[in-house]
Write a protein that binds this ligand. Structure first.
Ligand SMILES: O=C1O[C@H](COP(=O)(O)O)[C@@H](O)[C@H](O)[C@H]1O
Length: 242
């Protein structure tokens, strides 16, 4: 069973509101503590509602975006203008509406060859005076796939054993390549927050919390940080009844 704080809200809207307030507080804490906030966004469809909500007032202006750097915990290996691009989704919903300087938005350069794109991302992650290795981002947002994948760490893939901080991986179930943060990087974050909603995630949430399972999401275990699960009632049905 994963460690962590579980926050269950009645609906998707409430989860998004709850997570937005938590993010604003984490941004304040990080900026107060070390002068900047390094946030990794997740992809897929669920976080779109969070990004659109955060882009609105009064929330948007409660984060000092001039001191915020944005990363992506995974990316599909497609051009940044492609409809499947996680950057494209986050850009439309949130980033294009912010005053974040372009240098502070670290998208994956999928136009580069994979070795170059990985080297480029490693350099961005380890810049900014990060003393420790693996670097500790302030917040990493993650999603959860119905089979237990998180970021682009899919079950039974060799990347789960990686000691590197990023990887270019083939995802057999999607017949496609992706870039992803690996477990050593994820587990060194100060705060890790899963956003999981909907009935389609009920079975995997129940498996994760009530049974012994070894899917990639179950291996998210912060070394020195905190783990949070932001769930709606539908996805958390089995665990809230137990
Ligand atoms: O493929 C992906 O899926 C997971 C889960 O996405 P969701 O839309 O079901 O919430 C996501 O975390 C990951 O970033 C994405 O690339």
């Amino acid at each position: 069973m994963p460690r962590g704080h579980i926050h269950i809200s009645p609906s998707l809207e409430d989860v998004v509101d709850n997570l937005t307030h938590w993010l604003i507080e984490e941004a304040h804490n990080a900026i107060q503590d070390h002068g900047h906030f390094r946030l990794a966004l997740s992809g897929g469809s669920t976080p779109k509602a969070l990004y659109s909500y955060l882009a609105q007032e009064p929330y948007q202006s409660q984060i000092d975006w001039s001191r915020t750097e944005i990363f992506f915990s995974d990316e599909r290996d497609v051009p940044p203008t492609h409809p499947d691009s996680n950057y494209q989704m986050a850009n439309k919903a949130l980033l294009a509406r912010l005053k974040t300087p372009p240098w502070a938005i670290h998208r994956w350069y999928t136009e580069y060859s994979p070795p170059l794109a990985l080297a480029d991302y490693r350099a961005h992650l380890t810049a900014n005076g990060t003393a420790s290795y693996p670097p500790s981002l302030d917040v990493i947002l993650l999603g959860l796939g119905p089979e237990g994948h998180t970021a682009s760490l899919f079950p039974d893939q060799p990347v789960l054993q990686s000691h590197d901080i990023v990887a270019h991986v083939f995802v057999p179930s999607h017949h496609s390549w992706r870039y992803t943060f690996t477990l050593p990087l994820i587990n060194h974050a100060h705060q890790i927050a899963f956003l999981v909603t909907g009935e389609s995630k009920q079975a995997i949430i129940s498996e994760l919390f009530l049974e012994h399972c070894d899917v990639p999401a179950a291996r998210v275990n912060p070394v020195h940080g905190e783990l949070h699960w932001f769930l709606d009632k539908a996805s958390a049905k089995a665990i809230s009844q137990s």
